[in-house]
Design a protein around this ligand. Structure first.
Ligand code: DGP
Length: 145
């Protein structure tokens, strides 16, 4: 899907938001939901999505949603830092399939990095062990301020 097109309510993140598909949840408030990426590019890779949105990507999004979304991203990134003590954190976001986007509900990746540990390639990582994701989610959730 290119940058242009209609929002599809059947996308997997919309299903997670509606409770129709499972997710290892980390945090939610009135504006955002954060959950573990099931194909993580590093240990502790979290996705943050706006809850009240029909935006496929950043360009589509209502500007009023962007502030609360980025506040949620910062909160999650700080919790990841406190919980996992990474050496760095990648915060990134893809728009359109040619850019690497595969799920068309706006989302932001929070990816902790450790010195000397290569990051998995976007869209080419294997599926995580769900029990390990739950442990990580609990550790990160405990540090949400
Ligand atoms: P992007 O390529 O930027 O659209 O990122 C989509 C991310 O979502 C990618 O890192 C893999 C992840 N992902 C895909 N399907 C699922 C799913 O069903 N559950 C979870 N938790 N993550 C998913």
């Amino acid at each position: 899907m290119s940058l242009d097109g209609e929002y599809d309510d059947a996308n997997i993140f919309a299903k997670i938001l509606r409770g129709e598909a499972p997710a290892v949840r980390v945090f939610e408030d009135g504006h955002v939901l954060a959950f573990m990426d099931v194909f993580p590019q590093s240990r502790g890779h979290v996705l943050v999505i706006p809850k009240h949105s029909h935006a496929r990507n950043l360009l589509d999004e209502d500007p009023a949603v962007m502030g609360p979304l980025m506040l949620g991203v910062q909160r999650v990134a700080r919790a990841v830092r406190a919980a996992l003590k990474p050496d760095g954190i990648v915060v990134t976001q893809y728009n359109g399939a040619p850019a690497g986007q595969s799920v068309f509900h706006l989302h932001v990746h929070v990816i902790p990095r450790w010195e000397g540990v290569p990051m998995g390639r976007h869209g080419q990582s294997g599926m995580a062990d769900l029990d390990e994701l739950k442990v990580l989610a609990d550790q990160i959730a405990a540090q949400i301020a």
